[in-house]
Design a protein around this ligand. Structure first.
Ligand code: GUN
Length: 258
């Protein structure tokens, strides 16, 4: 960070949280903690659940103009009376460290981007750092959200994978997932991916963040059932989650450079 500051680059992150969703609170705390650990200035804007869309948009417009704020992140989900699309559109694309603005989504599509969405980028970093090359491999993404599934598929495609996206209407799901050399689970249901759905020697990446019946944090994959069958697997917690935060820090520094 000193090296960046010597060059006049001072990253600053504004994190907005609306309402009191307990999971969002944990995520926001982790993001602020990471900033503090590496010396990035951060500020939290915690707004009550009754905040109007107009009030939130007004805050974003102010943050867009402030020089010491290089990155703006509005934690999702938002309360139902606020339109997420409108809010994400209000964030200056150059400060959009989540890469959720349609301009940034479009740039990712054509492979010419400033930011990548944090979770899919973290998954790609994990794959790369583990010495795995997706080129030519069967990559199956289970889940088609704008935050993870869709951009994840695009990044695997950029890395020359043969990519399939599965979702709730996919027929014969296990048949498709069993083809995967690289399987990314982003479903949001505990123990959704079981051993019979995984090919021997596959790489399994678990993006899920669920609570099981005992209230314990767990992913989408039946870790105990799958771990002896695959070549590599990420645990929950401690797998993709910390990578997401690391990519947010990277994007915040990048935003300050821009
Ligand atoms: N909610 C769940 N994941 C995310 C994320 O990566 N960014 C934001 N802003 N909200 C989220």
């Amino acid at each position: 960070m000193e090296g960046l500051q010597a060059k006049g680059i001072h990253p600053g992150l504004a994190v907005i949280i609306v309402g009191d969703d307990p999971a969002s609170r944990v995520y926001v705390n982790n993001k602020k903690k990471a900033c503090a650990e590496i010396g990035i200035y951060s500020e939290e804007h915690a707004l009550p659940a009754e905040t109007t869309e107009g009030e939130l948009l007004s805050l974003i417009r102010t943050l867009n103009t402030r020089k010491e704020i290089s990155g703006i992140l509005c934690q999702l989900p938002l309360p139902k009376h606020i339109c997420e699309e409108t809010v994400l559109l209000a964030i200056d694309p150059k400060k959009d460290v989540d890469a959720f603005h349609p301009v940034n989504v479009g740039k990712i599509m054509i492979g010419d981007y400033d930011f990548l969405p944090c979770t899919p980028a973290g998954v790609m970093e994990l794959i790369r750092e583990s010495g795995i090359d997706p080129a030519g491999k069967e990559c199956v993404v289970v889940g088609r959200s704008n935050i993870v599934g869709k951009p994840q598929a695009m990044l695997l495609l950029h890395a020359h994978g043969t990519v399939t996206i599965c979702h709730s209407r996919t027929q014969n799901l296990a048949e498709v997932t069993r083809r995967a050399d690289i399987l990314v689970a982003a479903v949001g249901r505990a123990n959704f991916i079981t051993a019979d759905m995984v090919k021997e020697g596959a790489v399994v990446i678990d993006v899920g963040m669920n609570r099981n019946a005992e209230g314990k944090l767990c992913g989408d994959v039946d870790f105990e059932g799958v771990k002896d069958k695959c070549a590599a697997i990420t645990p929950v917690p401690g797998g993709v989650g910390p990578m997401t935060i690391a990519m947010l820090m990277k994007n915040t520094v990048r935003a300050a450079q821009l």
